[in-house]
Write a protein that binds this ligand. Structure first.
Ligand code: AMP
Length: 535
């Protein structure tokens, strides 16, 4: 017997329609690529998204056509999120930090028909204009009035394209499983792989972003997603924010500490989301100016492990609660969020911060397990460490244009992360499987060791890699970036670690570098460090 409920497909256009109807005046504020702050509202974003849908239709975009962007987080990118997906075509957000070869690869693989790009990325677009590829139209996300003498001929300009289009556009209704957006993994090994999200997966994921035990994004929040809109749909924040009518503040290209702090203070931001490296700059700037992040209530840290010293810095220095979250491009990305349970109410704040350094518990909609090398399921006892696998409504079932992959097995996706899960379901990531260190038959967690090293005064950043060792097979090597004004030496760091971690974890060597090599999504490129130091 079927239920007797209305059939309303879960479509992305519903989120912006809802925002326009029930939160029309809620602001969307952007630091523009041109420099000034731009202010608009959900009502206006909705109107312009429809016009944009009309405009791309006139460029030959149809249902399923891929429309690419190389762009910062701004109001125009937001209009593309709703306009392109809303009309049934697929928004392909390209990471500008991909190498030229990788960018050529993804443009061909996705068969992009149009490219929208910010002026900062004109050199990338100009190179693509010269090359042979499927892109038929290049649209600069700005106004023709700001046309510069170096602009190549044949460009279209976003503002005029949208202004000239009619707004008498009704969002089409279609199957909620229709593809909505496409994001390629950063491809540190092999070619990037395309993850093709659907309207259904996106909407279900957005509900999850708003859940109280998750990121609890709500109308009360003034949300500043520093996580880029070219990386996993900015963790789904644009859709979820529209769903609840949260004021959005976009940083544009201003990702440095001073400009972020200005925005936070001027706009009364309550909610921040991004990777740890960004927050280091913000915390530094707040220290330099001797100010508190007084409007901020929570900061969501994901993409890499949140170092315990950063959790402490936010909580003790600014009374800001850190929500540590884990996910991947393939998981939309939310997999786990770390929040204390009711039974933790009596916990000391020190123990609670220790808990927060874990990646957190799975959210309804996904399921997790750990398995050993033979795919045998391991217990959730907080001790056994294994390969983390995930399945769920917003987890990719395969890669774009690929039937099967090594990572997809019997209904589960192998994340490539090594983790243990405790009896309460808290996941603690110890490593990427390709970064694990096995010394004398025992695992050493590079994430754990990095977190401990970053607590040492004078250490700004730390990365741990395995180096070959005759006696122990592998030993950890600690690579450190010092805080600018301090003079910490390796013996001081090792002495500090001896009191913090098991004896066999303490490395024999510390190497100092000016900066750690970062990949396209802000993660430390350990492969490069291994090439430099492993021998
Ligand atoms: P990406 O697909 O580029 O978003 O990368 C996903 C990977 O980032 C995961 O498989 C993890 O290795 C890593 N990652 C994401 N969040 C965390 C976290 N909170 N702690 C440690 N690693 C993380």
């Amino acid at each position: 017997m079927l239920g007797q409920m209305m059939e309303a497909p879960l479509l992305i256009s519903n989120t912006i329609d809802f925002a326009a109807k029930f939160h029309p005046d809620v602001e969307v504020v952007s630091r523009t690529v041109e420099g000034p702050i731009h202010r608009t509202s959900y009502g206006e974003i909705a109107r312009r998204s429809r016009k944009l849908a009309r405009a791309v239709q006139r460029l030959g975009v149809q249902s399923g056509t891929r429309v690419a962007t190389i762009a910062w987080n701004t109001h125009r990118h937001l209009e593309l999120y709703f306009g392109v997906s809303g009309m049934g075509s697929v928004l392909h957000t390209i990471n500008p930090r991909l190498s030229s070869e990788q960018m050529d690869y993804v443009v061909h693989h996705a068969e992009d028909h149009v490219l929208f790009f910010d002026r900062s990325f004109l050199p990338l677009a100009a190179r693509l204009m010269q090359a042979s590829n499927p892109i038929k139209h290049f649209v600069l996300m700005g106004s023709e009035k700001d046309r510069a003498s170096g602009d190549p001929g044949g460009l279209k300009y976003y503002d005029e394209l949208v202004d000239e289009a009619s707004s008498d556009y009704e969002w089409p209704q279609f199957d909620e499983r229709t593809a909505s957006s496409l994001c390629y993994t950063s491809g540190t090994t092999g070619d990037p792989k395309g993850v093709l999200y659907s309207h259904r997966s996106t909407i279900l994921h957005s509900y999850c972003v708003t859940m109280a035990d998750s990121l609890a994004l709500s109308n009360r929040d003034v949300t500043l997603p520093v996580v880029p809109m070219f990386h996993v749909n900015a963790w789904g924040v644009p859709y979820a924010a529209a769903m609840v009518g949260s004021k959005l503040v976009f940083p544009g290209p201003g990702l440095d500490g001073p400009r972020l702090l200005d925005l936070v203070e001027q706009e009364g931001v309550t909610s921040l989301l991004g990777v740890p490296t960004v927050w280091m700059n913000l915390l530094n700037e707040a220290r330099v100016r001797d100010v508190k992040l007084s409007s901020v209530e929570k900061v969501v840290i994901g993409g890499s492990a949140a170092p315990p010293s950063m959790i402490e810095g936010f909580e003790l220095g600014h009374d800001v609660r850190v929500l540590h979250a884990w996910g991947m491009t393939e998981t939309s990305p939310l997999g786990t969020v770390c929040r204390a349970l009711r039974k933790h109410d009596e916990m000391s704040s020190e123990d609670r911060r220790k808990l927060q350094a874990k990646q957190g518990r799975p959210l309804f909609g996904v399921d997790l397990r750990i398995v050993d090398d033979q795919e045998q399921v391991l217990p959730h006892d907080g001790v056994a460490a294994g390969h983390l696998q995930i399945r769920g409504s917003w987890v990719a079932s395969s890669y774009f244009k690929t039937e099967s992959s090594h990572a997809h097995r019997e209904g589960w996706f192998a994340t490539g992360d090594i983790a243990c899960i405790d009896p309460d379901g808290y996941v603690l990531l110890t490593d990427r499987s390709k970064d694990v260190i096995k010394s004398g038959g025992e695992w050493i967690s590079s994430i754990g060791l990095e977190g401990a090293a970053m607590e040492c005064p004078g250490v700004a950043q730390a990365a741990v890699i395995a180096t070959p060792d005759e006696k122990w097979v592998e030993r950890p090597l600690l690579v450190v970036v010092k805080e600018s004004e301090t003079q910490v030496d390796s013996e001081q760091i090792l002495e500090f670690l001896r009191a913090k971690v098991p004896k066999f974890w303490v490395p024999e060597r510390v190497e100092f570098v000016d900066a750690l090599p970062l990949g396209a999504t802000g993660k430390v490129l350990k492969r490069e460090l291994r090439e430099i130091f492993a021998s």
